[in-house]
Design a protein around this ligand. Sequence first.
Ligand code: ADP
Ligand code: MG
Length: 294
Amino acid sequence: STMPPLLSAIANAGRHGVLAKSAVVMERLSQIDTVALDKTGTLTEGTPCVTDIRPRPGSGLDEHELLALAAAAEHPSEHPLARAVVQAARERGLTLAEAADFTSAPGAGVTATIGGRTIQVGSPSRLAPTISMNVTGVVQALEDEGRTAVLVLRDGAPVGALGIADRLRPDAKATVAALTELTGQPPVLLTGDNERAARHLAAEVGISEVRAGLLPQDKVTAVQAWEALGRRVLVVGDGVNDAPALAAAHTGIAMGKAGSDLALETADAVVVRDELATVPAIVALSRKARRLVA
Ligand code: ADP
Ligand code: MG
């Protein structure tokens, strides 16, 4: 065609299911040598399910009451874990109480007022770094099974934990292999989730380097450290928690289907079709386009 090569690269990207926001994106993408993948919603399907409901003995709550309480607090959140909790409550036909004063802390969890009491749902290490041993035992047992453990606190005291399991995307392993081939080393996993669950998953797809328990700003710090060494990093993510890293990276790609608005706005390119394997395909394409331009 008569299209300039970079423009034609964009059109080509579109045919592959990637919305590149400018011609520069394809050029920058062709330069990347390091890939950092988010876990929840990126390497995994992002449609996790509640598998375990563990009220704390003495909390006065049964399984349904614990789940309903957590779901009421999570209701306004767009986080994949929040959706899993609300969905589990719906499936059991539970009625959710009205929640007020909702706030969310990316990479940590949510807080809301329910029936005059403060309910928090989220990461055990972030919400209750100094929780008692019997709660730690439940959390560790869940995490050892590869679950993401979510803690529920009422007025600051743990009242139970939920186990949530997320499935790998069907093309996760092939994507990791393709990215490894393209950059000469496996991608690194950056996640706000716990180390045990993250390593469990990483091992299944051939990732050896895992950075777990990260807050959004920690993901940025990791990216900046690589860039300071002269590496050019591609970050792939989906969540609000990934937005700062997507912005800091040499190139940021967001998973479009379940991606948060903030991630989609911040990324340089968006995977429109819900296929992770699009990422290595588009990197390969960008390199081809570059050779044509050069
Ligand atoms: P990832 O980096 O793997 O996409 P996130 O940074 O989104 O994960 O979340 C990290 C951790 O923070 C989760 O594993 C969970 O423990 C906690 N968390 C964040 N948001 C929520 C929420 N809405 N409900 C429950 N837990 C949450
Ligand atoms: Mg995510």
